[in-house]
Design a protein around this ligand. Structure first.
Ligand code: KG4
Ligand code: ZN
Length: 344
């Protein structure tokens, strides 16, 4: 069973062909870094235009690289939310056209469920499956979920203000680094001293599992204003800022596992590519007897393969969407629970 997966919810135009249980036959990602770099963040209208320009060539490249024609596919999976509405509509229109032309069923996918599937792609960890705790960390989300089964996600905690990817992106801007900020801060932090500056860790001692990152960003701004270039090496500042984020993500993830008695943790989303997070979380989880599963680094950020796999699993469960399916800029992941049960 094979799907074409299409993703265009933010600033990556992506398409992939994936076969169950999770083999990637092709995975084409066209990024837009050069479109947004000078603005220091994603500009929705520019993103929509870039998606409109690249969606067809990206889909064609994904099919060509997989050596497939539409006849070799069983369904078309597409991200229908949450995300930037212009990008979502572009991907959905392309997917509907393709599905209609090829006589294939369409399956709309929740972007975060797509991220959740990324550890299972070309996975060296076939034994790892539901239930688990999921830490979903991206440019738009910071979520701790109890993933009880495919489609059954309960929110344990979320950010009260900025998403963690935003904390990286805004921090990078304050440090005069490029966009996207996560990889830029991680690069500068290499070889820096993570203990050089003590940045605040918001809410770590509280019982609830929510996050807050806006205070951290303000602390960095204040610190930089008081310590001009040269006072403390910028690599130490970057390493300390990154450490504060990693520390909070680790404390809350392990607390979530403890709170619901779960010994498995899946990390997904763009920030999951962060080397320091992978290192610290692995170490502290092992000490706590918790198994952590990360996707391959290249599959942490947005891609069509994760959407294809989520779509395939929904298709296998009998889900089909028609031409009336619309995109949703906002779509809480918990609402999937109702939809999954309705479709069961
Ligand atoms: O999942 P993703 O590709 O797109 C969204 O759905 O938002 O995540 C993008 C986010 C950006 O904020 C980017 O700065 C961050 O992931 N990111 C990283 C790293 N690579 C990407 N953050 C920290 N360290 C990284 N290595
Ligand atoms: Zn994403």
């Amino acid at each position: 069973m094979r799907a074409l997966g299409i993703e265009s919810s933010c600033d990556e135009t992506a398409a992939a062909v994936v076969e169950l249980p999770g083999r990637i036959l092709s995975n084409v990602v066209h990024g837009q870094v050069e479109v947004h770099a000078r603005y220091g963040g994603v500009v929705p209208e520019l993103a929509s235009r870039a998606h409109a320009r690249h969606i067809q060539p990206v889909i064609e490249a994904a099919l060509a690289q997989a050596g497939m024609t539409p006849r070799d596919l069983d369904c078309v999976a597409v991200t229908i939310g949450p995300g930037l509405i212009g990008g979502l509509l572009t991907g959905l229109a392309a997917a509907k056209g393709f599905a209609l032309g090829a006589g294939l069923p369409l399956v709309g996918v929740h972007h975060m469920e797509g991220h959740l599937m990324s550890p299972f792609l070309d996975s060296g960890q076939p034994a790892f499956d539901f239930p688990f705790v999921a830490l979903l960390v991206s440019g738009g989300h910071t979520l701790l979920l109890h993933a009880r089964a495919f489609g059954e996600y309960l929110c344990l905690g979320q950010t009260r203000d900025d998403a963690v990817g935003e904390a990286f992106d805004k921090g990078a801007r304050l440090l005069g680094l490029g966009y996207p900020g996560g990889p830029a801060i991680a690069r500068l932090a290499e070889g820096g001293d993570p203990q050089a500056v003590h940045f605040p860790r918001a809410l770590p001692e509280k019982k609830d599992l929510d996050f807050s990152f806006s205070g951290l960003k303000t602390a960095l701004r204040t610190f930089l204003a008081r310590n001009p270039e040269g006072a403390i090496p910028r690599r130490d500042v970057a390493a300390s800022y990154q450490e504060a984020i990693v520390d909070v993500l680790t404390i809350k993830s392990l607390a979530a596992c403890r709170a619901i008695g779960q010994r498995r943790l899946v990390v997904a989303g763009g920030v999951g590519a962060n080397r320091r997070l992978r290192e610290v979380l692995r170490e502290r989880a092992a000490a706590a007897g918790i198994e952590v599963c990360f996707p391959a680094v290249a599959l942490c950020t947005d891609n069509g393969a994760m959407i294809a796999l989520a779509g395939l699993r929904r298709w296998r469960a009998g889900e089909r969407d028609g031409a009336q399916r619309n995109a949703m800029a906002r779509w809480p992941v918990e609402r999937l629970l109702g939809e999954t049960q309705r479709n069961a």
